[in-house]
Design a protein around this ligand. Structure first.
Ligand code: HEM
Ligand code: HEM
Length: 173
C-alpha cells in the first residue's frame, strides 16, 4: 500500500492512473470548440464535466494529503535532474488543484450554481460575484497549461522507458 524507495505503492498508483483517466475525460471539454459541442463526444462525455471535475476536486485534496504522508518514502530521483522533476511534479499538482477550484468559481461567480451529479450544493439562481467569476476565467488558461504539462510528462516517461531503459516507468506500474 505505502510507497517505498523501489516503487510507488498501490494507493499512489490508484490516484495516479485513476485521476489520469478522469483528467483525460475532462480534456474532452476542448471539443466544445467544435460545432459548439453538438456531437457525440459533447453530448455523451462532456456533459459529465462538472460532476467529474467535482470528484477530481475531492481526489486532489486526498492525493495531496496522501503524498505528504509518503514524502520520505518515495523512489529516489536522479540527483542531476531531481530539482527539475520536483518542480514539474509540483506544477502538475498545482494545476490539478486550481482547475477544479476555478471551475467551481466560474459556476458560482456567474450565478449558475453548483450541482454535481444533480446534488445541489449551491443553488442556480444566485447573485453574480464579480471577483469570483474573474478568477474563474483562468480555468481555460490552466486547462491548456495542464495539457502541455501532461504531454511533456508522458513524453519524458516514454523517454525513460524506451530510450534510457532505467525502470522509472515500471515503478509507477
Ligand atoms: C481537473 C479538473 C478539470 C479539468 C482538467 C477541466 C478542463 C476543462 C477544459 C479543457 C475546458 C475547455 C477550455 C477551453 O476550451 O478553453 C474547460 C471548460 C470549462 N470547465 Fe472545466 N475542467 C475541470 C474541472 C471543472 C469543474 C470542477 C468545473 C465546475 C464545477 C468546470 C467547469 C467548466 C466550465 C463551466 C467550462 C466552460 C467555460 C470556459 O471554457 O471557461 N471544470 N474545463
Ligand atoms: C493526466 C495525466 C497525468 C498526470 C496529471 C500525472 C501526474 C503525475 C504526478 C503528479 C506524478 C508524481 C508522483 C505522484 O505524486 O503521484 C507522476 C509520476 C509519474 N507519472 Fe504521471 N501523470 C499523468 C499521466 C501519466 C502517463 C500517461 C504516464 C505514462 C506514460 C505517466 C508516467 C508517470 C511515471 C513513470 C511517474 C513516476 C516518475 C518518478 O519516478 O518520479 N504519467 N505523474
Amino acid at each position: 500500500m505505502n510507497d517505498s524507495k523501489e516503487r510507488y505503492g498501490g494507493i499512489t498508483r490508484l490516484f495516479h492512473w485513476g485521476m489520469g483517466l478522469l483528467i483525460v475525460w475532462q480534456f474532452l471539454k476542448f471539443f466544445d470548440r467544435i460545432n459548439d459541442g453538438e456531437h457525440w463526444v459533447g453530448q455523451n462525455l462532456v456533459s459529465w464535466h462538472i460532476s467529474i471535475g467535482s470528484v477530481l476536486l475531492v481526489l486532489i485534496v486526498l492525493r495531496i494529503l496522501w503524498a505528504a504522508t509518503q514524502r520520505n518514502n518515495r523512489p529516489e530521483q536522479d540527483p542531476a535532474t531531481a530539482l527539475l522533476v520536483k518542480a514539474g511534479h509540483g506544477l502538475l499538482y498545482l494545476a490539478m488543484l486550481l482547475l477544479p477550484v476555478t471551475g467551481v468559481m466560474i459556476m458560482i461567480g456567474n450565478g449558475f450554481g453548483w450541482a454535481p451529479f444533480g446534488m445541489e450544493i449551491v443553488a442556480g439562481d444566485g447573485p453574480e460575484i464579480g471577483w469570483m467569476a474573474t478568477l474563474g476565467s483562468m480555468h481555460s488558461l490552466l486547462a491548456w497549461s495542464l495539457l502541455i504539462l501532461v504531454i511533456g510528462h508522458v513524453g519524458i516517461a516514454l523517454l525513460h522507458h524506451f530510450v534510457k531503459k532505467d525502470g522509472v516507468l515500471r515503478r509507477m506500474l
